[in-house]
Design a protein around this ligand. Structure first.
Ligand code: RFL
Ligand code: PHB
Length: 395
């Protein structure tokens, strides 16, 4: 089998890239290891920047998003028993975030791919990537019917942090940058209307908590937990008790409880791959970088990469212009490092650390939070980064 662009992974990066290429008349095949039901139900991110909404609309995947997405103009920082609203849109040129589950974005993109009849194969696990320094690289993959080869002009590695594409890069030619954090997140999806109108980021002596949502009927929560925690260590009652404690306010705001329908633990890490192009292998999304989820940037970065890559491949095919592909890494690293710095900053702003260094950080953290609530300049910096600084799409 042969195609122009072989895409590994049907997450947001791979599916959006495929759709943007399709609209420009560039052929691709998407190969996904998991089955379709699993991919459609995988609960992850939920906050979309305006540039992400714009990219999805531009791809033709915006109809349900615009109908069902919840548009938010602010967030709440909660600490010391009080809530402080950051009027994000007012501080960031009117831009707003949209709350819409990543699994919905993925479902919309799968439906779109199906509707145009373009190749998308589930249960297709890529086992090797070869010939990336040649003009005709090859992807080897396994399905229920056996082993297959896909020859391409380019390979797009959109296979997430643990995928095979980054691992296929010649050792020694990959400069990476990494930071680990001494905490993890327990994420919970509950069948209960949200108890807040906007997202609540809470800093508490017992650790960070986040109240998010998916719809007027579904709430999403996160709790800072020890790394290595198992979701089964947290029965429902323990989760609600901890959420009630960490989200408590002096004026006694209620937290409504409901059935917990999903729970999982996520590690926290910052990681950047210094080069996203290796010959004819191009990395995009989590395959090239990871952010701790506090800043809500991972999905947005995956979408931004896919957009830059689609433009670069289109310039190659339509105009024979190699420039945008040559500058793919440099273009992406600009938005990636801004999001990295912001995500790391949001994480250390809100999470609780143990130990002596923790006591100093604790005081500095409270001072930083109070400063954010008092200073328009400080709040504006948060707001601009939260909605996305628009490096790619200047206002
Ligand atoms: P994905 O979504 O991981 O997709 C990669 C796909 O590749 C497949 N794959 C393979 N397929 C074939 N052969 C192989 N050998 C393969 N190996 C892997 C995988 O099965 C998978 O389907 O990567 P992509 O497309 O780069 O998208 C990245 C995002 O998923 C990720 O950054 C976000 O979910 C991060 N994230 C958030 N991002 C935001 O922008 N806003 C948020 O609010 C937000 N919250 C979150 C998050 C991530 C979280 N977790 C669970 C990590 C909250 C959480 C809890
Ligand atoms: C989510 O709703 O999943 C979510 C929201 C905000 C974040 C991270 C995750 O910062």
């Amino acid at each position: 089998m042969r195609t122009q662009v072989g895409i590994i992974g049907a997450g947001p990066a791979g599916l959006l890239l495929a759709q943007l290429l399709h609209r420009q008349g560039v052929d691709s095949v998407v190969l996904e290891r998991q089955d379709e039901a699993y991919v459609r139900s995988r609960i992850r991110a939920g906050v979309l920047e305006p540039a992400t909404v714009e990219a999805l609309c531009e791809a033709g995947a915006g109809e349900r998003l615009l109908r069902e997405g919840l548009v938010h103009h602010g967030i709440e920082l909660r600490f010391g028993g009080r809530g402080h609203r950051i009027p994000v849109s007012r501080l960031a040129g009117g831009r707003a975030i949209t709350v819409y589950g990543q699994q919905e974005v993925v479902a919309d993109l799968i439906d779109l791919r199906r509707s145009v009849g373009a190749p998308l194969e589930f249960g297709a696990e890529v086992t090797a990537v070869a010939g990336t320094d040649s003009a005709s690289p090859v992807i080897t993959y396994r399905t229920a019917t056996g082993e297959h080869e896909l020859r391409c002009d380019f390979i797009a590695g959109c296979d997430g942090f643990h995928g095979v594409s980054r691992a296929a890069v010649r050792p020694g030619s990959l400069r990476t940058y990494q930071r680990d954090y001494p905490y993890a997140w327990l994420g919970v999806l509950a069948a209960v209307p949200p108890s807040a109108e906007e997202l609540v980021y809470a800093r508490h002596e017992r650790g960070f908590a986040l109240h998010s949502m998916r719809s007027p009927q579904m709430s999403r929560f996160y709790l800072q937990v020890e790394p290595g925690t198992k979701a089964t260590d947290w029965p429902d009652e323990r989760i609600w008790k901890e959420l009630r404690t960490r989200l408590a306010t002096d004026d006694g705001r209620r937290l409504d409880e409901g059935e917990i329908v999903d729970r999982s633990v996520t590690g926290m890490r910052s990681f950047v791959c210094g080069e996203m192009r290796h010959g004819r292998l191009l990395l995009a999304g989590d395959a090239a970088h990871i952010v701790p989820p506090t800043g809500a940037k991972g999905l947005n970065l995956a979408v931004a990469d896919a957009r830059v890559l689609a433009r670069a491949l289109t310039a190659h095919y339509r105009a024979g212009d190699p420039g945008p592909l040559d500058s793919y890494t440099a273009t992406c690293l600009e938005h990636i490092w801004r999001a990295q710095d912001f995500s790391s900053w949001m994480t250390t702003l809100l999470h609780r650390q143990e130990g002596a260094a923790g006591e100093f950080d604790d005081r500095a953290q409270l001072s930083r939070l109070e400063y954010l609530c008092r200073s328009r300049a400080a709040a504006t910096a948060l707001a601009e980064n939260y909605v996305g600084t628009g490096l790619l799409c200047p206002a």
